[in-house]
Design a protein around this ligand. Sequence first.
Ligand code: GLU
Length: 264
Amino acid sequence: MRIVIKIGTSTLAYSTGRMNLRRVEGLCRAMCDLKNAGNEIILISSGAIGMGVGKLGLKGRPSDMPTKQAAAAVGQCELMYTYDKLMGEYNHTVAQILLTADDIRDGRRCENFRNTLFRLLELGAVPVVNENDTVATDEIVIGDNDTLAAVVAADIDADLLVLLSDIDGLYTADPHKDKNAKLLSEVKELTEEILACGGGKGSELGTGGMRTKLHAAKIATEAGIDMIIANGADPDVLYNILDGKPFGTRFIGRRAGGGKGEER
Ligand code: GLU
């Protein structure tokens, strides 16, 4: 399977902006194992700004663009250094790909991106993709990595998209506020009712939230790709893919977009 895995800032960093090493180590190990089992792994990693905040000793997520971009430039190095080190321990090679919305919109640049990514997969590397935050401004920004992950998954004809976050999946209501909220294990159609479960708000250092995840689900499922939202707190969650066990909320891909999913 060609699996796109997105790790959110809330999963890989503490609220201090420093990396949650235990968790990231576990996830890297599981991704290497998935690769050893014959899967292709494409990692979409957030956390550049969050890591930069920690490394530069800033008080919190900056609100002005130049400081955000400076933090991203610092944090992106930290991210790649860590992935390289941890996956290198299991003999896997990582490759950095930074994209903006313009790169996706421009036919030729998108083609170059796809060619590079496919070649990296043939060479056995793990592409690690993030938005090119240092140049992405309002006009060319994708804005959040849930959307970026779905766009990439659709562009490269992935079989599965997994969004790892700090929540177990999609609930019928906000589980922090409503104790009767129920986790939905499968979503076959993105009805108005489902979209209304989205709510708002991402984490302190990250960008997303359930709304961007549902937007990603729309892009992925329309491209025929199943998408899973799961809690990245326990790296074993990725082993459930290997074991074929259900986890989180699975959004079922449709054939209408011309992807690989089946009409169900
Ligand atoms: N590109 C941003 C970063 O690496 C993350 C965007 C997001 O959290 O969705 O900090």
